[in-house]
Design a protein around this ligand. Structure first.
Ligand SMILES: N=c1c2ncn([C@@H]3O[C@H](COP(=O)(O)OP(=O)(O)OP(=O)(O)O)[C@@H](O)[C@H]3O)c2ncn1[C@@H]1O[C@H](COP(=O)(O)O)[C@@H](O)[C@H]1O
Length: 105
């Protein structure tokens, strides 16, 4: 099991937990809008760390970002395996070629 898969399993387990004892349960109690807002905040903090040229901060913010993305995916019933499968499907397909095919015609 990868780190993301292990974390995803812990998140799934905590979703229905006690919001007083679990941050994941607290996010779940706020629903997808709260998790989406937190994800947006973490995205902004990630880009600030990147623009600040601060590798340690970027590492920490990237971890926050991935964690909150996993929580949001769970709340929206999108399986991590499906996201991984989508990335696998794209493997070897240049983003430039994909965009050109999408915008042609
Ligand atoms: N990986 C994480 C993880 N990464 C970040 N966070 C929390 O995400 C929050 C990030 O929020 P912010 O950076 O905005 O900080 P904040 O203090 O909440 O800021 P404000 O909301 O006040 O603006 C912090 O409370 C972090 O502790 C995480 N909380 C939990 N996990 C994992 O999830 C598991 C289950 O956690 P619980 O549900 O809390 O048991 C843990 O064992 C960990 O493995």
């Amino acid at each position: 099991m990868t780190t993301l898969e292990r974390l995803d399993a812990v998140i799934a387990d905590r979703l229905s937990g006690d919001p007083a004892k679990s941050y994941v349960a607290r996010l779940a109690a706020g629903g997808a809008p709260l998790a989406a807002r937190k994800l947006g905040e973490e995205a902004v903090e990630t880009l600030v760390a990147a623009l600040d040229d601060d590798p340690a901060a970027l590492t920490a913010e990237a971890a926050d970002l991935l964690f909150h993305l996993l929580v949001l995916l769970r709340l929206k019933h999108v399986a991590l395996a499906d996201v991984m499968a989508e990335l696998d499907r794209r493997e070897g397909v240049s983003g430039l070629d994909e965009k050109a095919a999408r915008t042609a015609g």
